[in-house]
Design a protein around this ligand. Structure first.
Ligand SMILES: *Cc1c(COP(=O)(O)O)cnc(C)c1O
Length: 335
């Protein structure tokens, strides 16, 4: 795997920390838990989209683009970070917001919505759930061109093969840190959404012949549908890299912690957010990393990881916490 062949912008100085979670491990029991701090990646508020944007924005700049266009849910971390990259590069940024849960978009919300405003999005346009998002972004691109600009469209979550290279790079970073620290991991646990993170990680681990299985925790889709999505993207990413193809057996994307649906709260999520904050001083988020950590905690309690050393990949998201204050304090989801 030779990632240096791909143009890349640098938004994070050096590696993100790899840390043990001794107080969480002692509380849960059964497995030795570690964390990869991708919540500390560069660009405003950090999180996993920064790694994908390093490759995507490099391509946008190579093409002479002056405007980034992308799409996400109302509290989208991906939209926040695309906008932050645009600000840093001196590009304009237009956001299409898909209201996945009807009535959930409030332009005056706190969390990421406030940051869309602070970082100067050129446009924030809401579309209804089920809209043709590719067509909506093509419409934005046509408007930019008509005004004499040069648009670059980034798919939802930055989850194209080029974006997923960011997580093939993360796989390499994890294996380097693991070797340096003399700490071998039995497994990696990660949130699985638009699939670029999970797929890129798999493509990278397979390319490195690392022999470390990945347990994905879904935040939106049923298991079979998500596993098919991840496999397809992991294979396309391996094609781009020119490395061996991942196979179906490499992909696990459990759907037991989605709850009633994407971004909708669960008691397990609230417990996970509170536990990591209180035991380790680490902030998760309600939509992604909180549900993924709920999965890690649930599986560990079930004994599935007994005796293993497990690495949780923290994908970020804490800038949205303030927008979910009511849920996080709601007695119905606590205790
Ligand atoms: C987007 C996101 C994810 C999911 O990553 P995908 O690559 O879309 O699967 C996980 N955590 C956070 C905080 C995110 O913003």
């Amino acid at each position: 795997m030779n990632l240096a062949r791909f143009p890349r912008r640098r938004y994070t100085p050096g590696f993100t920390p790899l840390e043990p979670l001794p107080r969480l491990s002692a509380t849960i029991g059964g497995a030795e838990l570690w964390i990869k701090r991708d919540d500390l990646l560069g660009l405003a508020g950090g999180g996993n989209k920064t790694r994908k944007l390093e490759f995507l924005v490099a391509e946008a700049l190579a093409q002479g683009a002056d405007t980034l266009i992308t799409v996400g849910a109302p509290q989208s971390n991906h939209c926040r970070l695309t906008l932050a990259a645009a600000a840093k590069e001196g590009l304009a940024c237009r956001l299409v917001i898909e209201e996945r849960v009807p009535g959930s978009f409030n332009p005056d919300a706190l969390g990421n919505n406030l940051l869309f405003d602070l970082m100067g999005a050129a446009s924030v346009r809401m579309v209804k759930a089920g809209s043709d998002l590719a067509a909506e972004m093509a419409g934005e691109a046509a408007a930019v061109k008509a005004a004499g600009g040069k648009p670059y469209v980034i798919v939802g979550g930055g989850s194209s093969p080029l974006g997923a290279l960011g997580y093939a790079a993360c796989a390499q970073e994890i294996m380097d840190q693991s070797f340096e620290a003399g700490v071998a991991f039995d497994r990696i646990v990660v949130a699985s959404g638009s699939a670029g993170t999970h797929a890129g990680l798999i493509a990278g681990l397979v390319a490195l012949n690392a022999g470390v299985p990945v347990t994905g925790i879904n935040v939106r889709r049923p298991r079979a549908e998500q596993e098919a999505n991840v496999l397809k993207l992991a294979q396309a990413t391996a094609d781009l890299l020119g490395t061996p193809q991942p196979v179906a057996e490499d992909i696990v994307a459990l759907a037991d912690w989605v709850g009633p649906g994407y971004s909708l709260p669960t008691r397990e999520m609230v417990e996970a957010v509170r536990l990591l904050a209180a035991k380790e001083g680490i902030l998760l988020d309600p939509v992604y990393s909180g549900k993924a950590m709920a999965g890690l905690i649930g599986l560990t309690r079930q004994g599935v990881f007994d005796g293993e050393r497990v690495l949780f990949l923290h994908t970020g998201g804490s800038p949205s916490l303030s927008a979910f204050a009511d849920v996080l304090r709601d007695p119905a989801f606590n205790g």
